[in-house]
Design a protein around this ligand. Structure first.
Ligand code: IMP
Length: 190
């Protein structure tokens, strides 16, 4: 089965291809000729994921799925949340992580979670899938793998950050892994 994943993020694409394996052929936006930034103006992950999927259907005619993800930090009342990409600068992960570490300097509770919502648009139907992983924010960056906030996110039950894990291990427990496996289970039932 061939599916378009509405993202321009190479890291996400690689993760999702690894999670779905060879049961599905995942096409990137570049592969369908879409190189522009798709607007993400919603107030929730759900709104943004749907907005991206609908944009691709409307402008390119493909059924597809899209994800929207954010980091929710308890001591920051759920921030950066839906603003995770632009927390300190526009899609500047270095600056975003620095700001997060700074905001948490005087907080004792460093618990946080990643949340992903995947929106599937298929045969005129919209279906949503959610994945969450709980953990905590470390006091400094560790590891070279992954992307975004991975160098400071330590999932529950582990002593290492997502950036220190092999990609397969991150995918097994991650927010995106959980949401995308729900998507795969749904597609298998069709
Ligand atoms: P978006 O889903 O592309 O809007 O991502 C929102 C923000 O969360 C961006 O700053 C990403 O770098 C970050 N992000 C998304 N997924 C992950 C992840 O799996 N690990 C770490 N950061 C992520």
């Amino acid at each position: 089965m061939e599916l378009v994943f509405a993202t321009n993020n190479a890291h996400k694409l690689e993760e999702v291809r690894q999670i779905l394996g060879d049961r599905f052929t995942v096409l990137s936006l570049k592969e369908i000729g879409c190189t522009e930034d798709i607007p993400e103006t919603g107030d929730t992950f759900q709104d943004n994921a749907l907005q991206k999927a609908r944009y691709v259907k409307e402008h390119y005619g493909y059924d597809c799925f899209a994800d929207d993800t954010g980091l929710e930090v308890k001591a920051l009342d759920g921030a950066p949340g839906v603003h995770s990409a632009r927390y300190a600068g526009n899609h500047d992960s270095e600056a975003n992580v620095s700001k997060l570490l700074h905001e948490l300097e005087k907080k004792s509770d460093r618990s946080a979670q990643f949340r992903t919502v995947v929106a599937l648009l298929l045969n005129g139907q919209e279906v949503l899938f959610e994945g969450i992983v709980t953990g905590r924010i470390g006091t400094e960056r560790h590891g070279d793998g992954g992307f975004g906030y991975d160098p400071v996110f330590i999932p529950d039950g582990y002593d290492v950050t997502f950036s220190e894990m092999p990609p397969e291990s991150k995918n097994l427990i991650s927010h995106r892994g959980r949401a995308v496996r729900k998507l795969a289970d749904y597609l298998k039932l069709l």
